[in-house]
Design a protein around this ligand. Sequence first.
Ligand SMILES: Cc1cc2nc3c(=O)[nH]c(=O)nc-3n(C[C@H](O)[C@H](O)[C@H](O)COP(=O)(O)OP(=O)(O)OC[C@H]3O[C@@H](n4cnc5c(N)ncnc54)[C@H](O)[C@@H]3O)c2cc1C
Length: 330
Amino acid sequence: MKIAIIGAGISAITIAQNLKDIANISLFEKSRGLGGRMALRRSGPYEFDHGAQFFTAKTKSFKEFIEPLIRKNIIKRWDARFAEFKKNKILRSVTWDSEYPHYVGVPGMNSIPEYLSKGLNIKLNVKISKIIKNTNYGWELFDDNLNNLGEFDWVISTAPAIQSAKILPGYFKYHNELMNKKMVGCFSLMLGFKKELPLLWDAALISDADISWVSVNSSKPDRVKSFSMLVHSTNAWAEKHLSDESQDVISYLTKETSEIIGYDTDQADHVALHAWKYANICKQPKSNLFIDYENKLASCGDWFIHGRIESAFEAGLMMAKEIKKNNNLK
Ligand SMILES: Cc1cc2nc3c(=O)[nH]c(=O)nc-3n(C[C@H](O)[C@H](O)[C@H](O)COP(=O)(O)OP(=O)(O)OC[C@H]3O[C@@H](n4cnc5c(N)ncnc54)[C@H](O)[C@@H]3O)c2cc1C
């Protein structure tokens, strides 16, 4: 059996790792790196986890999954000094510890998908634009230059729900459900400083403002020393400004950050912006997995459960288990 998986984020890699013993799997990823929203950006002496910041582990399966990665130092605990802000006032501070561990990939969040993808057949820089049913075999995949990428029995899309809906045909059994999963945007502002800012915290959750999160990326374990800060806009602010000029967004978010943290971020040596059009999704009610046995199509991602790394893993694992136990697939 040949399976094509669209995307190479944590959900896709989880599916591939759990099905590789029963199928010949190819992953197609439109970006030049893998990991999707578990992303790392390097620029000069600075580096930024500009997507997912950290994760926690609640389910037994996810705890078991991360355990060997912790032993191999691919995952480490981030014992950040954490502060909760309401506008520019700190309401609460606590230092994260082993009681409720907060984890990061080492030396970047993308180290986790990179490590897990070893041995998988992943084609980077390939954007799937459409799939066509071939009456003799199964599905043919095409990139955005309409190059034929081969034939597969099954196609599983792990692209964000609305993007999956564009690739998969309208008769995919769960097409309407895909169309109804609304994901929201987020801006990541990356700031690098020649001199450290004397902050009393490493990670801050902010309410009542247009930014929702500021972290000192360089405070995470095993990062380069150059002082780097990562700011996330709120989803609500991003949704209103996704089509604005980057420079306007940078100016506004920099000013907002300075007002909240009480330091002038205009003095940054390095400034960059990334716009995530499909960053997050709220917690979803439980539903059937989106597996269409008749058409041999499926779709999966964090958006199936919640916009979290743990959810993306759980969604991928559930899908792989379901596919494995179903004899029709063999
Ligand atoms: C700004 C931000 C902050 C976050 N913070 C946290 C956090 O602190 N903690 C946490 O647990 N989670 C966080 N998340 C969420 C977390 O990153 C995601 O839940 C998780 O990484 C999703 O994994 P996934 O595999 O489902 O999707 P993705 O990682 O999005 O993978 C989907 C992949 O499909 C690819 N793709 C899309 N279309 C195509 C196509 N046509 N052809 C080929 N490839 C395609 C994409 O490039 C992408 O690599 C954050 C996300 C963002 C954006």
